[in-house]
Design a protein around this ligand. Structure first.
Ligand SMILES: NC(=O)c1ccc[n+]([C@@H]2O[C@H](COP(=O)([O-])OP(=O)(O)OC[C@H]3O[C@@H](n4cnc5c(N)ncnc54)[C@H](O)[C@@H]3O)[C@@H](O)[C@H]2O)c1
Ligand SMILES: [Zn+2]
Length: 367
């Protein structure tokens, strides 16, 4: 087992990474203050892992809240079901909420924990690759609004993150690829040697090689923990974690939540950020193509939806959280391994980026 630490003074917490950790009681129980626990999960994950968790928590008074599965349910109505469960079982302020599932469950359970009686403890048990390398670490919680993704939420750090890499054995391949989009992101924004490692290990990762997965998760979490420790509330460097996300969120919102997976939209959005960085003269064509190729090797889409117009992109990008005083800031790459957040780019370059022929780019970078 590997243990990493997110360094946030009195809100610091450990990230445990390893095979079979879900059935090791002490990892969880040392972080549970009271006797009451509420497990929040969904109807896909519950049949797979809820029983194991319930066994580990024997002796505690446990309420299980099983939500409907899907990004489309990351909203107020579903959030309310968590409060219904907590209140009807009379959970008090010493309750610990345990999020068992992917990023949707982690974001909603975390937000519920932040709000319930003005804040109760919570623990993340992420079960998708995306949630293991990204959403479970860093304390961003929240829900979607019909007018914008993740627009309602809170910064609220967990007490611990428990990553059992064996839970990935049941994950659909499309979801595994979606998680790899965020893994590749860390290489692109801050760790060029990790990109080289990913180029060599992509087949092993896709074949669920546990050693390769553990290393990829560790390096990703370490990168995220570093960035979060430096800038918890995203006033600076943390925004670089949104590489590809401004374009990607536009795709998700336009297509309707859940049609494109988050990681898939991020992959296509990352290609757009690579293209824009190339058009700004920061990346060579070879660097851009290298990024595109790695995303393709991970089984990810690299072409935005063909029917989406530049106007549609701009409309959705205007509600992005990185818009400050009407300025649209974008995460772009100065070089592979170094990201910047900037509003200082010629508008024509953004327009040209939105009009680029990504199908042709996909073909040429793959040849
Ligand atoms: N808070 C943050 O910092 C942050 C960062 C990135 C993404 N996110 C959010 O995370 C969400 C995406 O997370 P996700 O990709 O994990 O999606 P998800 O939570 O929808 O999970 C994907 C699918 O896999 C299923 N699943 C989960 N674990 C499984 C397992 N072990 N075996 C089989 N099936 C399993 C889920 O039920 C779901 O159907 C988005 O809402 C995004 O906004 C948040
Ligand atoms: Zn993301």
């Amino acid at each position: 087992m590997q243990t990493l630490h997110v360094d946030l003074a009195e809100r610091s917490y450990p990230i445990y990474i390893g095979q079979g950790l879900l059935s090791r009681p002490e990892l969880l129980t040392q972080h549970i203050a009271g006797r009451q626990v509420a497990i929040v999960t969904n109807d896909t994950v519950a049949p797979l892992y809820l029983q194991t968790l319930l066994q580990v928590l024997e002796g505690y008074s446990v309420t299980s809240v099983v939500l409907p599965d899907g990004e489309a349910f990351k909203n107020w109505e579903t959030l309310q079901l968590i409060f219904d469960g907590l209140l009807s079982a009379r959970h008090d302020r010493r309750t610990t909420v345990v999020a068992l599932g992917g990023g949707v469950i982690g974001d909603m359970a975390g937000f519920a924990a932040a709000c319930y009686q003005r804040g109760v403890d919570f623990i993340q048990v992420p079960t998708t690759l995306l949630s293991q390398v990204d959403s479970s670490v860093g304390g961003k919680t929240g829900i979607n609004h019909p007018l914008g993704k993740n627009m309602v939420g809170a910064f609220y750090q967990p007490k611990a993150v428990l990553i059992d890499t064996s839970s990935l054995n049941t994950l659909p391949v499309r979801e595994l690829s979606a998680g790899l989009a965020e893994v590749i992101k860390y290489g692109l924004i801050c760790d060029e040697p990790f990109l080289v490692w990913l180029e060599q290990n992509m087949p092993a990762l896709r074949a669920l090689d546990q050693q390769a997965l553990t290393e990829a998760i560790e390096r990703s979490c370490a990168a995220k923990a570093r960035v979060v420790a430096a800038d918890e509330r995203e006033s600076g460097v943390r925004a670089t974690l949104n590489l590809g996300h401004t374009f990607g969120h536009a795709i998700e919102t336009e297509q309707g939540y859940g049609v494109w997976l988050h990681g898939e939209a991020v992959a296509a959005g990352t290609v757009m950020a690579l293209e824009m960085s190339y058009r700004l003269g920061w990346l060579s064509a070879a660097d851009r193509d290298r990024g595109v190729r790695l995303l393709q090797a991970a089984g990810l889409p690299v072409v935005p939806p063909q029917d989406m117009t530049p106007a549609q992109f701009l409309e959705h990008m205007a509600v992005d959280k990185k818009v400050l005083d009407g300025q649209l800031r974008l995460v772009l790459l100065k070089r592979l391994g170094e990201a910047v957040v900037t509003a200082d780019y010629p508008r024509e370059i953004l327009d040209a980026t939105l009009r680029s022929d990504y199908a042709a780019l996909a073909l040429s970078s793959n040849s």
